[in-house]
Design a protein around this ligand. Structure first.
Ligand SMILES: C[S@@+](CC[C@H](N)C(=O)[O-])C[C@H]1O[C@@H](n2cnc3c(N)ncnc32)[C@H](O)[C@@H]1O
Length: 324
C-alpha cells in the first residue's frame, strides 16, 4: 500500500486564465525576433541565442498557472508513492520490467523531471547507470520506462495534438495516477473525463486527488477491467491508450484487450491517442486487425518547444488516429 497524506488544498484554486495580451502571431514574432537579433553585436549574438534556448526567464514565459497546478498534483502524488511509483499489488508488472533484455528502471515521467531525477541520483536513491560486470567501474546507461505521460507531453497532447474538446468526452484506458485526466481537466474544455483503471490502489490514489482539487464535476474514475466497459468505449470522443497493456498483461490477455478495442472503438470520427503506434504494438502480437479499415493516422508536428524538460523522442512516440 502507498502511504502519505495529501494535506489541505492550499493551492487548489490557481487562476487558470492568463490575462496577458497577445498581439503577435508566429510569423510576426519570428520577424520581430530576427530583426532584434540583427541589431545584436556579432560578439554577443551566440550568448543571446544560448540564453534564448536555456534561460530561466524563457522557461518562466512558457510556464502557465495550469502547469503549476499540475506540478502541485505531481508533488502530492510523489509524497504518497515509493521512488519507483509502483504499488505493492503490481508485482506482475514489476517482474515484466525486470525480465526485459536491458536493465530497466521505472521512473514515472509525470512525477519526476530531469531535475528531480538528478537530485535523487545525488542522494543515492536512484542511478542512471548499471554496472556491466559486477565490482568493476564499467557502467552503461540504464533504460528508463515511464508509465505516465510527462507534463510537457500532456501539454503537447492537449494544446497541439488534439482539437478543441469543448463538449467532448475523453476516456483514458488505464488511468493509473490520473495524469491524463488531471491534465485534460486543466488544459482542455472536455465536458467529461473518464478513467478506467484495473488496479484498486491506483484508483484510490486518483480519487484522493480528485477530491482534494475539486475535479468531481468533470472527472470520474472507474475501477474495472476495460474489457467490461463497452458503453464507455463506444461513447467516447477521444480515447487515450498510453502503453496500456504491454507491461501489465500477458500476450494472450493483450490480444484479447486489443480485439475488444477494435470491436468497440467504432464511433466514426472519434480520435484515438496511442503510445507507441498501433503498428508497433501489433507487430509483437498476433492480432487479426486490419488497421487501414479501422483508422486513419493523423500526422503530428512534434517540432515544438515545450520547455527545456521536453523529451523530443517521447513526443514522436505519440500517435493520433481518426476512426473511419
Ligand atoms: C502505462 S499506464 C497508463 C498511464 C496513464 N494512462 C498515463 O498516460 O499517464 C497503464 C495502466 O493501465 C492499467 N491497465 C492495464 N490493463 C488494464 C485493463 N485491462 N483495464 C484497465 N486498466 C488496465 C495498468 O494497471 C496501468 O496502471
Amino acid at each position: 500500500m502507498y502511504g502519505g497524506h495529501l494535506g489541505t488544498p492550499s493551492d487548489c484554486k490557481v487562476v487558470l486564465n492568463d490575462t496577458r495580451f497577445w498581439s503577435m502571431d508566429e510569423s510576426q514574432a519570428q520577424n520581430a525576433i530576427l530583426s532584434l537579433l540583427g541589431e545584436v553585436s556579432p560578439r554577443d549574438l551566440p550568448k543571446v541565442i544560448q540564453w534564448m534556448k536555456n534561460g530561466s526567464e524563457i522557461e518562466e514565459l512558457t510556464t502557465s498557472n495550469a502547469d503549476v497546478l499540475l506540478r502541485n498534483i505531481a508533488d502530492d502524488l510523489r509524497n504518497c508513492l515509493p521512488v519507483e511509483a509502483m504499488v505493492a499489488s503490481e508485482r506482475q508488472a514489476v517482474e515484466n520490467i525486470q525480465r526485459l533484455q536491458k536493465p530497466t528502471i521505472h521512473v514515472d515521467a509525470f512525477l519526476y523531471n530531469d531535475d528531480t531525477i538528478d537530485i535523487l541520483c545525488e542522494e543515492g536513491k536512484m542511478s542512471r547507470n548499471y554496472c556491466m560486470s559486477c565490482g568493476s567501474t564499467k557502467t552503461a546507461p540504464l533504460d528508463f520506462v515511464s508509465h505516465s505521460f510527462s507534463i510537457p507531453e500532456l501539454r503537447f497532447l492537449f494544446h497541439h495534438a488534439l482539437p478543441d474538446l469543448s463538449g467532448k468526452t475523453l476516456l483514458d484506458v488505464g488511468s493509473r495516477l490520473g495524469a491524463v485526466l488531471f491534465a485534460g481537466y486543466i488544459y482542455s474544455s472536455a465536458s467529461r473525463l473518464d478513467g478506467v483503471e484495473i488496479n484498486p490502489e491506483l484508483c484510490d490514489l486518483q480519487e484522493k486527488i480528485i477530491n482534494k482539487y475539486n475535479f468531481l464535476d468533470r472527472i470520474q474514475v472507474h475501477h474495472a477491467d476495460i474489457c467490461s466497459q463497452k458503453t464507455l468505449l463506444q461513447g467516447a470522443d477521444v480515447i487515450v491508450l498510453n502503453n496500456v497493456f504491454e507491461y501489465f498483461l500477458n500476450k494472450e490477455e493483450q490480444i484479447k484487450a486489443w480485439m475488444f478495442m477494435y470491436e468497440n472503438l467504432r464511433k466514426k470520427g472519434s480520435l484515438i491517442v496511442t503510445v507507441p503506434g498501433l503498428k508497433e504494438s501489433f507487430s509483437k502480437l498476433q492480432v487479426n486487425i486490419q488497421l487501414s479499415e479501422w483508422v486513419e493516422e493523423i500526422e503530428l508536428d512534434t517540432d515544438i518547444f515545450l520547455g527545456p524538460d521536453t523529451d523530443q523522442d517521447a513526443l514522436s512516440d505519440i500517435h493520433l488516429y481518426k476512426v473511419l
